[in-house]
Design a protein around this ligand. Structure first.
Ligand code: ZN
Ligand code: ZN
Length: 145
């Protein structure tokens, strides 16, 4: 294998071996464990090439840096707006919507690369705890009157 393909392969493996949809910085850190002298520019260049070749997916996240997905199968993303984690959803959001889109516009949907922005269950729990905490405090204050 040439040096170039060794670099590209190492980057590809790093992305394929995680489900965390990492950003460039994380990928760079991981690849350097195998190829310590690789440059950030090389990582960027290879990410672009791999995405163009369809070996990885590039994810545009609103308000955040690009993330990468080693899973190129047809799936959707649930993005937590609080902790920034990205979860995979292997389920069509609503198969009927594709028929509706076709009826209305004549457009035939082949793949859904949909992003759903929200709160993950961990962050919801945290928000609940915070609410309970504020609620309890207000009770204590109310009791002081
Ligand atoms: Zn979260
Ligand atoms: Zn994914």
């Amino acid at each position: 294998m040439s040096r170039k393909s060794i670099q590209r392969d190492a980057i590809l493996q790093v992305i394929k071996n995680t489900t965390s949809h990492p950003g460039v910085d994380w990928i760079y850190d991981e690849v350097r464990k195998e190829i310590p002298n690789i440059s950030l520019g090389t990582v960027y260049r290879n990410l672009r090439l791999l995405a163009q070749a369809g070996e990885i997916r590039e994810l545009d996240i609103p308000g955040s840096a690009k993330r990468f997905d080693g899973d190129t199968s047809n799936h959707r993303h649930l993005i937590c707006e609080k902790c920034g984690r990205i979860f995979d959803l292997y389920e069509a959001v609503d198969p009927k919507i594709e028929a509706r889109i076709f009826q209305k516009t004549g457009f035939k949907v082949k793949r859904q690369y949909l992003k759903l922005i929200g709160l993950c269950s961990d962050c919801q729990k945290q928000e609940e705890q915070l609410k309970t905490y504020i609620y309890d405090n207000s009770l204590i204050k109310g009791g002081e009157k």
